[in-house]
Design a protein around this ligand. Structure first.
Ligand SMILES: Cc1ncc(COP(=O)(O)O)c(C=O)c1O
Length: 363
């Protein structure tokens, strides 16, 4: 069976370094918000090209902390997309605000900037685009609408570590941005972890307080906060892996390029890579009008695949409050019916990739 992802294969060569990093934490016996978290935060902020990074417990928490730091709460609305992880919308709703999904650009699979104006109301407080599958959303027109209306842009970069839009990394464009380090991400921990990044010192300080009981540096609660701290062991692991991220992303791009050149089929759509961006292929996602039959055809040939995401968030029973958006999201619903994620991960061999290509091309 060729798996969709294989973290063990990617991480095999760094096992001794990971073990040494974990041992360092055990020897120091400081497990929360200490030297490893601080070192990783500094390295990750520099990597993204921003001044501040704060380690938190997960990508969902990172979104919640970022939204709360922007002052978003009950009665507010945040414009986002429904072709994303339910986590994006859950985080908005956890603040007490309402999520307003707009449709996607079907080529990029990300927020369609042309849909934003019509979705804005007097309650709109932020725009939250998601850089999906490793491809940046079309940020310039999104930032333009946001600028005209005085709204902050909060970037969900959970699937796009190291991706670039024009001259800057994702995460460096919005007022604040969030990352998940879920194990399968391009930069993944060995458990749950996430980060908030920003160039704004006041927002950074608010986010720092919100991640830990609202505390300031003197442990006085200045606001209501959560407990969502990145732990030292995960930070030490992430520090080792961050040094490989560019090489791993380059390998993902090389594999994606081979797929792009070798896959064929009249109904098959290969991923669009926008010329203004560096796509980092968190997942390699094709479209096919008979997606489920193609998936079964691959499974019968020992090839794993996945669907990201089989249901738009507004069609999940837990988000039935959003069901009314269905009619305005035809591209989102079409994507959910047609997308298929093929195997792609650092360490994947070319003969394995060719087996996937042969199986797809024989469909
Ligand atoms: C786009 C997006 N946003 C948010 C999240 C939530 O991250 P986490 O699982 O670390 O909470 C994910 C994770 O899958 C994601 O893909």
């Amino acid at each position: 069976m060729i798996p969709v992802v294989d973290i063990a294969r990617q991480d095999k060569s760094i096992r001794p370094e990971i073990e040494a990093a974990i041992a360092r934490v055990l020897d120091r016996s400081r497990f929360i918000l200490n030297a490893e978290v601080e070192a990783f935060e500094n390295a990750f902020a520099a990597y993204c090209g921003v001044s501040y990074a704060l380690g938190v417990g997960s990508g969902t928490d990172a979104l919640q902390v970022a939204l709360l730091a922007c002052g978003i709460g009950p009665g507010d609305e945040v414009i986002t997309v429904s072709h994303t992880s339910p986590a994006t919308i859950a985080a908005i709703e956890l603040t007490g605000a309402g999520a307003v999904p707009v449709d996607i650009d079907p080529r990029r699979f990300t927020m369609d900037p042309h849909r934003i104006a019509a979705a804005c109301t007097a309650r709109t407080r932020a725009l939250l685009p998601v850089h999906l599958y490793g491809q940046p959303a079309d940020l310039e027109p999104i930032l333009e609408v946001a600028g005209r209306r005085g709204l902050p842009v909060i970037e969900d970069c959970s699937q796009a570590h190291g991706a670039r839009y024009r001259e800057k990394s994702v995460g460096a464009w919005g007022r604040i941005a969030t990352f998940s380090f879920y194990p399968t991400k391009n930069l993944g921990a060995y458990g749950d972890a996430g980060a908030v990044v920003t160039g704004d010192p006041q927002l950074a300080e608010r986010a720092r307080q919100i991640r830990q009981y609202g505390w300031d540096a003197s442990r006085v609660s200045r606001r209501k906060g959560l407990n969502s701290r990145l732990d030292e062991i995960q930070a030490a692991i992430l520090g080792v892996k961050l040094r490989r991220l560019d090489a791993w992303n380059a390998e993902r791009r090389r594999l994606a390029d081979l797929y792009n050149r070798r896959l064929s089929g009249k109904d098959l759509t290969i991923p669009y890579a926008a010329p203004d961006s560096v796509h980092v292929y968190h997942t390699y996602v094709v479209r096919h009008p008979r997606r489920d039959a193609l998936r079964a055809h691959l499974a019968a040939r020992g090839i794993g695949s996945a669907i990201h995401f089989p249901l738009p968030v507004h069609l999940h029973p837990g988000f039935s409050n959003l069901a009314g958006f269905s009619e305005s999201l035809p591209e989102t619903e079409a994507a959910a019916r047609e997308v298929l994620t093929l195997p792609l991960f650092p360490g994947m061999r070319e003969d394995e990739l060719q087996q996937v290509v042969d199986a797809v091309n024989s469909f």
